[in-house]
Design a protein around this ligand. Structure first.
Ligand code: CTP
Length: 402
């Protein structure tokens, strides 16, 4: 259990922060909420106290004997401010201490995540750009706002990122506080990243298919991480069992053939292509037009033919400078054997990075965590055992080593 302090500034998105308290508490964390006086105009103290189970103060002059402006900031393992308004960003960047939340931010010794929400004009204003740059230069993770409908009739960048995406970043930072530099760096800004995720389904007849156990979580974590780091992300999702992160373009596919079509048509423009999908190696040589009946037979023989190796084709036609990342789900008797299998696959597939994981005994599939080796042409670049969101960031870190 970690201690998360949720700061809430005075914007209409304050109502969405209620969902954040729930997500943090559901994950077993202790949550303390510090709203600004203006935030209380949108959502009252009673709501924050009921959701967090703790008393809530907005001013340094409440509960003076407990010195809340000191202990709340120093005791937190993570501070998340959502929504962070233009005013809050300016006050935090300027080092002001004119309410409890800004005092807490000055006392903080833990990672700080800010999730901005404001009108587009305010977000792109030079004053706000300056505040954001200053905060980022000091190590704060300022998540880019989503684009969409805002409080008035206007729309554009300025919407608070979805609570699920903020929570995913928060949990990754709690697991690995060293990630703050990667999450906050926007190192993929201006880059186009394609991620394939999920598991393909090969139709046998109109109601049956051959499938695999992939949920799509690893690929979705990669898409979310790349988005947070500033990339323009397209997710080719094969039968995903998880939500698509906000701001990520989604191309839904079912079979290997559909995935191959999508990947080949999108990859030409991409700076990075990550093939995290579990792609079928074989597909029925023909799909029956109508449901196959038993008709008294004791068995059924299916003839399977090999599918297109999408990763190999992409590598063979790779534009100059593009980085292609492959995945390998292997079963091996030792770590050395796993790395050997991965290294051979990296060479065979012609990709620049290969992420190998051990799937023996049903490990990994559907799980929220993963244990991987990240391989490059020179050998093992990193070994990560953590949540899929942390693993995703470490894979993106490895792009710099190609
Ligand atoms: N892959 C692909 N197209 C396929 C099969 C796999 O693009 N038809 C990609 C996967 O997305 C993954 C990588 O290739 O990134 C490795 O998949 P894997 O099934 O382990 O590779 P194979 O070549 O099928 O190796 P093996 O013979 O060990 O199954």
């Amino acid at each position: 259990m970690s201690r998360i302090l949720l700061g809430v500034a005075g914007g209409i998105a304050a109502y969405k922060a209620c969902q954040l308290v729930r997500l943090f508490a559901k994950a077993g964390h202790e949550v303390r909420v510090v709203p600004t006086e203006n935030a209380l105009q949108f959502v009252g103290k009673a709501t924050w106290e009921a959701l967090s189970g703790h008393p809530v103060h907005a001013s340094v002059f409440e509960d003076i004997p407990s010195v809340p402006h000191v202990h709340l900031g120093t005791q937190a393992d993570l501070i998340v401010v959502a929504p962070a308004t233009a005013d809050l960003l300016a006050r935090a960047a300027g080092g002001r201490a004119d309410d409890l939340l800004t005092n807490v931010l000055l006392m903080a010794a833990c990672p700080v995540v800010l999730a901005p929400a404001m009108h587009t004009q305010m977000w792109i204003h030079a004053a706000t750009r300056h505040s954001v740059e200053l905060l980022r230069s000091r190590g704060a993770v300022v998540i880019e706002p989503a684009a969409g409908r805002l409080a008035g009739s206007d729309s554009g960048p300025g919407r608070m990122p979805e609570p699920e995406d903020i929570a995913a970043t928060a949990f990754a930072l709690l697991q690995d506080p060293g990630l703050a530099a990667s999450c906050g760096s926007l190192d993929l800004s201006g880059k186009r990243v394609i991620v394939s995720a999920g598991g393909t389904r090969e139709a046998i007849d109109p109601v049956r298919f051959l499938a695999n156990s992939s949920s799509g979580k690893m690929g979705v974590s990669l898409a979310r991480a790349a988005k947070i780091r500033g990339a323009d992300v397209t997710l080719i999702g094969a039968n995903l069992q998880v939500e698509i992160p906000a701001g990520v373009e989604h191309v839904a596919v079912r079979s290997t053939a559909e995935l191959a079509d999508a990947a080949f048509s999108l990859a030409g423009m991409a700076d990075v292509v990550i093939m995290a999908a579990a792609v079928a190696d074989f597909t029925p040589s023909a799909t029956a037009d109508s449901k196959i009946k038993k008709n008294g037979s004791k068995g059924l023989c299916l003839e399977l033919v090999q599918t297109t190796d999408v990763l190999r084709e992409l590598s063979a036609n790779r534009p100059p400078g593009q980085i292609i990342v492959g995945f390998a789900a292997e079963t091996a008797s030792s770590e050395d054997e796993l790395v050997e299998l991965g290294t051979a696959k990296l060479t065979r597939k012609g990709c620049q990075l290969l992420v190998v994981n051990d799937v023996g005994g049903g490990k990994t599939f559907g799980s929220d965590s993963n244990s991987v080796w990240i391989l490059g042409a020179e050998g093992v670049l990193n070994r990560v055992s953590s949540s899929k969101d942390v693993v995703a960031h470490r894979i993106l870190d490895a792009l710099k080593e190609v």
